[in-house]
Design a protein around this ligand. Structure first.
Ligand code: HEM
Length: 445
């Protein structure tokens, strides 16, 4: 029974639509392609579409899965962190429609729809995506400019991240337009640079900013002071900027040296920030027993980020030194340590630790059940197998690597399906949670 004295504040629930859309794109798009694409690379089927499938997978994962989740959580959390009013649904919902329609149209059109229809759809996807991404940037920058101006690291990461969302919009448009005259395929150097800019800029900054505000506290430490977060924060953003600069019309050697320096700085920054802004070890003593199991996802994510950072340092150093494209396998391993670790694993953990829909489960006295723990181990196995498949490039036959990647993809896909089931259970439990919370607030007779 509801208390008459407690008036529930209107809930901004649009973040749930972002999470649901991110999960649908992951299950039916990015992670499904993570199984299909490596098998296509063995020549089993669709061999002629492999380059398009690679880009479709990369875009669905970055723009769809990680991008939608990060945008939804950022638009919910940043106003709270900054002490502002929630962002209204009349803004968040149209932005979601733009972002989702862009990623869905692009993932289907680029590899599967030929001729003029395919070209029109790819341009439409680019326009929708650029508009949505720019709107995310503008909304977050406006919120940050109105909020409290305390000298805390999360503010600077959020400000940098929101600015990179605007840069991302420009790249989405330019990549879409350039792919039209190129059989719907984004030129490799642009697509590769865009991938790294997105990992470091819009996503890396938000991941580290949000972690810096809560994760050290979960593990019994203080949040990092500005002077300690600033050097890796600068390295992260300088790294992304150098990679963007490498696309300017310099000689190929200079471009690769700039890109290499950007990868090197980005790798150092993420490996430095993971234990500083997040946590790579320790016990989440401040959390209730039920929530402690979710904190393992955060540790796993940050350890994977350190491993990815080390691979990126290696690739960046070699590329800078030689002035040519180097260390393909290390780049691939780093990309997937970040994609599966820093993004997917962290999403699973942080959602369960901070999203309001999990409040009831966090408070439960029962320990985590098998279905709560299984996605963690599936993801750990997927990260190890996927990084191994990358690092073995040039050492073993492509078929062996791609079968290993397909196995990793299957485990990752299962993990996502299990997590989607956990989210849907939490959403269904929300009315019960609210009843318990308001019931507790009932005045004593
Ligand atoms: C276990 C799950 C995954 C598997 C099996 C997988 C598999 C692959 C494969 C086979 C490639 C092509 C490599 C090549 O031949 O060059 C690839 C590329 C890529 N993957 Fe994944 N992937 C997985 C998860 C992810 C995740 C979670 C993300 C990001 C959130 C991601 C982002 C990317 C990107 C950005 C590319 C490069 C795309 C491009 O070049 O345009 N992947 N992945």
């Amino acid at each position: 029974m509801k208390s008459h004295e407690v008036v529930p504040a209107p809930e901004d629930t649009s973040y749930l639509a972002y999470i649901a859309s991110a999960l649908i794109v992951a299950v039916a798009g990015g992670f499904l392609l993570a199984v299909v694409l490596p098998l296509a690379e063995t020549g089993m089927f669709w061999a002629d579409r492999v380059p398009h499938l690679i880009q479709a997978h990369g875009w669905a994962q970055l723009q769809g899965w990680a991008g939608l989740f990060v945008a939804g959580m950022a638009m919910r959390l940043i106003p709270r962190f900054a002490g502002c009013q929630p962002i209204p649904e009349r803004v968040t919902v149209p932005v979601l429609v733009l972002l989702v329609s862009s990623v869905v149209v692009r993932t289907i059109a680029a590899p599967f729809i030929f001729g003029t229809t395919g070209e029109v759809l790819v341009v439409a996807a680019a326009l929708l995506g650029a508009a949505g991404t720019l709107a995310v940037s503008a909304t977050l920058l406006r919120t940050l400019s109105r909020g409290r101006r305390k000298q805390e690291p999360w503010r600077y990461f959020a400000f940098a991240g929101a600015t990179w969302w605007a840069v991302w919009a420009v790249f989405i448009l330019s990549a879409g337009l350039k792919s039209v005259s190129n059989d719907r395929y984004v030129p490799y150097n642009l697509d590769d640079a865009l991938t790294w800019i997105v990992i470091l800029g819009p996503i890396g900054n938000f991941v580290m900013g949000v972690q810096s505000r809560s994760v050290p506290v979960f593990f019994g430490r203080k949040t990092p002071p500005m002077r300690r977060a600033l050097p890796p924060g600068i390295a992260l953003n300088l790294g992304a900027a150098l990679i963007a600069l490498s696309l300017a019309p310099f000689s190929s050697e200079l471009s690769f040296r700039l890109e290499g320096a950007g990868l090197l700085l980005g790798g150092i920054a993420l490996a430095w920030l993971a234990p500083l802004a997040g946590s790579g070890w320790g016990k989440a003593s401040r959390l209730r027993p039920r929530a402690r199991s979710a904190s393992r996802y955060v540790l796993g994510a940050n350890l994977a980020t350190i491993a990815g950072g080390a691979c990126l340092v290696w690739a960046g150093a070699h590329t800078t030194w030689s002035g040519a494209f180097e260390a393909y396998g290390f780049r691939d391993a780093a990309r997937h340590a970040f994609g599966l670790g820093m993004m997917t694993m962290l999403i699973f953990g942080m959602a369960q630790l901070v999203a309001p829909m999990f409040a009831l489960e966090r408070a439960e006295a029962r320990p985590a059940a098998l279905h709560d723990r299984l996605p963690f181990w599936l993801l750990i196995a997927a990260i190890i197998l996927r990084m191994t498949a990358g690092l073995l490039a040039g050492h073993v036959d492509i078929n062996a690597r791609m079968h290993t990647a397909a196995l990793a993809g299957t485990l990752g896909w299962l993990a996502i399906i299990l997590f989607a089931a956990t989210v849907s259970r939490a959403i269904r439990n929300q009315p019960r949670m609210k009843a318990i919370l308001y019931g507790q607030a009932k005045p004593k007779q």
